[in-house]
Design a protein around this ligand. Sequence first.
Ligand SMILES: [Ca+2]
Length: 178
Amino acid sequence: MSEKSYEAIKYDLIISRLKSRGVEVEDIAKITLELQQQYLKDISLETCVEHVKRVLIKREVQNAVFTGIELDVLAEEGKLSEPLSTLLMEDYGLYGIDEILALSIVNVYGSIGLTNFGYVDKLKLGIIKDLDSKQDGVVRCNTFLDDLVGGIAAAAAGSIAHRFADTSKVLAAYKASK
Ligand SMILES: [Ca+2]
């Protein structure tokens, strides 16, 4: 039996952390699909899943996800000191570090990821809306998770855009400059 690679161990851990917070790869891919459908009509959910997975194997993405989920969980368990405890439990709008952390994911794919992230954040697409909504009598903190999910979806959309970019005109322009 072959031993699991370090990369595979890290990837599996990220997937199980997201699952433990109610998020599946497909949930993120559905947001990516919504983002990309307006540019690529024939894009499939499978392609989006593939690109979400591609984002999730990156070290900086994994580190952001570990950090954000850990803080959400510690807040839920009442293990953070004040004022951070209240800032996270109340999802205080001017806290802002949740978005900053997610930007480290988005930045991996440059400005196109950034534009998509702004869009996702504004419209609260797909599972982000569920993560964001409060449930009566349930102690829950997704202050970081909603932005992490948005960041991963936006980065995957950026990855797709880079992959499917029509470079023929640009290529011709480069050739013409000789
Ligand atoms: Ca948030």
